[in-house]
Each structure stands twice: as structure tokens, then as C-alpha cells.
Design a protein around this ligand. Structure first.
Ligand SMILES: *Cc1c(COP(=O)(O)O)cnc(C)c1O
Length: 477
């Protein structure tokens, strides 16, 4: 056998139909199934096998998928998954993944429709956020790499072309963000060789927004100390509490001090589609770059991150390379410049844009905006339910769709209790909530992102937590 295609496709067609039916049944029946199941040791050890020399065939491989993979997925498709800021995926996005896989496009470059679709998605994204038509962008794995790409563009623009050959020379580059910034931003400073300490983390006000006076004071002090401030990162939707910096004010600070203004809007960007909440993002259209994800609030399948840069030229300046076998031509398949491989670090790239394009094309932005509002409304409902429950205390203001709270019965080891409660609910398959630290205290965190989550799910969460807590206290009494 020297091709992987079957001689007769009929068996594979039938198998494909069965896979589709099984997956649709699974999605239609989510609420009757556990959110998550821990993997038993026998399942885990099934994935330490030797490299298979003779394959078992598609039927057997699918049987193993059904028995040993599908039941142990992480659960973020489930309406009661509120653990982290993760999207639930959507049916059209799922089918688009199949179509993209069938085409098997390499979207690194050349003149084909995959790149036209991606450029369409980038143009739509720029329009959504009020960025100009000169905006360039790329579909990437997620906001982590998108933030890194933005940092590299800012560095190249600040330092000039020589930085690409010689690296950073002279005064140490420093950047700024609020203390609730996602860990991938200091991570980007680390990866770029600037060191994570070069990102100055500025304090916040009561609602978790960056303190503007402290920010400007730090920029001035850094410059006086011989550092070279080059980048200001605004947060639009902090991962712990959903806080949004005053982006218009940050744009003004950046302009005053000659800094590149980047916004990490990983999930918050989708607020632009909510008529009642879009104003929270005022100023984002002035950014030099924005990182965000379609795989969170936009409910597109993983992975689908996006980086937008105000001038496509700034991406070319930062990433274009010449290689003779990759030379663009005026005609033929090797045309179509500029290619995505010259806008970012990847050469081979999958057709991520298709699932985004199909999701937007099929459902439209109004429906996605309504999902964003629904998540925020459910978070308010959860906060109100907590307020009526004597043992549950809200731990941070609810700006968007994230609710941080703590079970507090005045008993011992509340940090341990709250951690245990999250794990108890997860292991029972009832709910996935996570924990975080707020003001040094371990709290429960419910991030309501999934479009499938309902009011009944939110109400049941409060009841389940109280019950689990009473069980624990009862057992230890
Ligand atoms: C999720 C998130 C990130 C990281 O994005 P990935 O898509 O997971 O790489 C960065 N910043 C914020 C605010 C986030 O919520």
C-alpha cells in the first residue's frame, strides 16, 4: 500500500457519516452528560503504547476514539463548564474544520482562496474594532503568540531595521501594563530576550483598571533612569476579573510618550459586537495592534487567535525574509504577495480562517453580540444569587462575564476549602469552576463564556457549591 486513500471509498463514507452522527448526538446531549471525567489509569496508560508499525485501520482507530478519547475531553463544550475563559465551539465551526481539513491548504503563502478568506477575516476584524483599512493581520494559535508578534513589531519599529540582525543594543527596552495583565505578556518579554522584568506592572484602581497617574510617573522615572520605554499594553478583559483599562486614555499616554500602543483584548474584543457594551472598548481603534481570540467569546473552534497591526507594512518590516524558493512572482500560483509567511513567524500554516469565516457568515455578528450580552447577564444573575446566599461572598466587582467569589462559613482553612470545592465539583462531573487568588485569598472563579450556558445552570451552580461545602464540613466534623 503506497497511498493512504482507500480503493473503495464507500466504507470510509459510511464511517464518516457515523462519526458525524455520533458527534452531533454528543453535542445535542451535552447537558445530560458529566462536564468532565477524570481519566482512569487504564485509559492514561493506553497512550503510552509503542509506535504502531502496522495500522489497525480506520474502523478500529475510531472505535478507540469513541471508547478512550471522547469521554475524557476537557469539557469546555459543556454548558456547565465555567472554569476558565474558554469558548464552547459551534456546529458550523466544527463542520468548517472538516472542510478545511479536506482542502488541506497551506496558508503560508501563494495565490489561492485560503489567503483571500483570511484577508477577509482580518478586514472584518479591523472593521469590528474600528481599525483603519491599512490594518494587516494574521490568524494565529492564540492571543499568547499574538501578543508576542505585537511586541516584536513594536520592537522593530522602535529600534529600526538593524535590530533584526544585531539584536537589541543600547538602553534597555521597557514596557508597561496593569498588574492583572495575562501571564503571556511578561512571557513575550521573556521570549523576546528583553526579560520579563522589563514589563513594568502598574497598580490598578478598585475596578481593576490601570492607574494612569502611576503609569505616567513610572514612564518618566524609567526614562530618567536611562531606560527606553517603547510599549504600552492595555488590557481589555483581564483574565481574573474581566476588567477593562481606559483605552482612550492609554492611547493618549502612548502618543504623549512615543510608545507603541497594544491592546490584549483576548476575549474582550467581542464586546465590540454588543450594542450595549461596545463603549467599554472606546479607544481600541487607536491601537497600533490588538491581540484577540475567536476561540473564546466568538465560539469558534480551537485554535483561532488573531493579531491585527494598524499598518500591514509594520508586520512586513518585522518579519519579511527573502528565500529564493519562496520568491513571489507576478503570475501563477507563486503570485499573490504579500504572503502571510512575511507577516509573522510561521511558514506552513493551516486554514484557520475558514472556521471563523463560516461562523461569521452563518450566524452574523448580531447573534455573537447577543451571546456576549447573555454571558454578562448570567454573570450578573450569579452575582445577585450569591448576594442572597449567606455563605457566599463576592470577591471582585463583576465587570463582564467573570464572577469571583468565596465560600466563607467562618470555619477553618477557607483557602483549602475553596480549592477543594472546585475539585469536588469537577470530579463529580457537575460543574467546572476554577480558582484564583484575589487579595491573597483563594476564591472560586466562574467565567461564563459558553453560548450553551443557561440561567438554570447558573442557579444550579450556587446550590451545588453550598451542598458540596456542607458535605465537606460535615465529614470533617
Ligand atoms: C486567554 C487570554 C490570553 C491568552 O490567549 P491564548 O489564546 O490562550 O493564547 C491572553 N490574554 C488574556 C486577557 C486572555 O484572556
Amino acid at each position: 500500500m503506497t497511498t493512504l486513500d482507500p480503493d473503495d471509498w464507500s466504507g470510509l463514507r459510511a464511517l464518516g457519516h457515523r462519526m458525524m452522527d455520533d458527534m452531533i448526538d454528543r453535542l445535542a446531549g451535552l447537558s445530560a452528560s458529566p462536564v468532565w471525567r477524570p481519566m482512569p489509569p487504564s485509559i492514561r496508560s493506553g497512550f503510552t503504547a509503542a509506535l504502531p508499525v502496522a495500522g489497525t485501520g480506520p474502523e478500529a482507530a475510531y472505535a478507540r476514539f469513541t471508547e478512550t478519547i471522547a469521554p475524557y475531553a476537557s469539557g469546555n463544550t459543556h454548558p456547565r463548564f465555567m472554569g476558565w475563559v474558554q469558548g464552547g465551539g459551534n456546529p458550523v465551526g466544527m463542520l468548517a474544520e472538516l472542510l478545511a481539513a479536506g482542502l488541506n491548504e497551506n496558508c503560508g503563502g501563494r495565490d489561492h482562496v485560503g489567503l483571500a478568506v483570511e484577508r477577509q477575516v482580518i478586514a472584518w476584524s479591523a472593521a469590528m474594532l474600528g481599525l483603519p483599512e491599512t490594518t494587516g493581520g494574521l490568524m494565529v494559535t492564540g492571543s499568547s503568540i499574538a501578543n508576542f508578534i505585537a511586541l516584536l513589531c513594536a520592537r522593530r519599529r522602535f529600534c529600526g531595521p538593524a535590530v533584526r540582525r544585531d539584536g537589541v543594543e543600547g538602553a534597555p527596552l521597557v514596557g508597561y501594563a496593569q498588574e492583572g495583565v495575562h501571564r503571556c505578556v511578561p512571557g513575550a518579554f521573556d521570549m523576546a530576550g528583553l526579560g520579563s522584568a522589563a514589563l513594568r506592572r502598574i497598580g490598578t484602581d478598585d475596578s481593576g483598571r490601570i492607574d494612569l497617574a502611576a503609569l505616567e510617573a513610572r514612564i518618566i522615572a524609567d526614562r530618567a533612569a536611562g531606560c527606553a520605554p517603547f510599549l504600552l499594553v492595555g488590557t481589555a478583559g483581564s483574565v481574573d476579573i474581566g476588567a477593562i483599562d481606559d483605552l482612550a486614555a492609554l492611547a493618549a499616554v502612548a502618543a504623549r510618550h512615543g510608545l507603541w500602543f497594544h491592546v490584549d483584548a483576548a476575549f474582550g474584543a467581542l464586546l465590540a459586537l454588543s450594542p450595549s457594551r461596545a463603549a467599554l472598548l472606546d479607544g481600541i481603534g487607536q491601537a497600533d495592534s490588538v491581540a484577540f481570540d475567536f476561540h473564546k467569546w466568538a465560539q469558534v473552534q480551537y485554535d483561532s487567535g488573531c493579531i491585527l497591526v494598524r499598518e500591514q507594512q509594520w508586520m512586513l518590516d518585522s518579519f519579511a525574509q527573502s528565500a529564493s524558493y519562496l520568491t513571489n512572482t507576478a503570475r501563477g500560483l507563486a503570485g499573490g504577495a504579500p504572503w502571510p509567511c512575511d507577516l509573522g513567524p510561521d511558514l506552513s500554516r493551516g486554514f484557520r480562517a475558514l472556521k471563523v469565516w463560516m461562523t461569521l457568515e452563518a450566524y452574523g455578528t448580531a447573534r455573537l453580540g447577543a451571546i456576549v450580552d447573555h454571558g454578562c447577564d448570567l454573570a450578573q444573575r450569579l452575582a445577585a444569587t450569591l448576594a442572597a446566599s449567606p455563605m457566599l461572598v463576592l470577591a471582585a466587582p463583576v465587570a463582564l462575564n467573570i464572577v469571583c467569589f468565596r465560600y466563607d462559613d467562618g470555619g477553618p482553612d477557607l483557602d483549602g476549602l475553596n480549592s477543594d470545592l472546585a475539585a469536588d465539583l469537577q470530579e463529580a462531573g457537575q460543574f467546572v469552576v476554577s480558582t484564583t487568588l484575589i487579595g491573597g485569598k483563594r476564591v472560586l472563579r466562574a467565567a461564563i463564556v459558553n453560548h450553551r450556558t443557561t440561567e438554570a445552570d447558573v442557579d444550579a451552580l450556587v446550590a451545588a457549591i453550598c451542598e458540596a461545602a456542607q458535605n465537606r464540613r460535615h465529614r470533617s466534623a
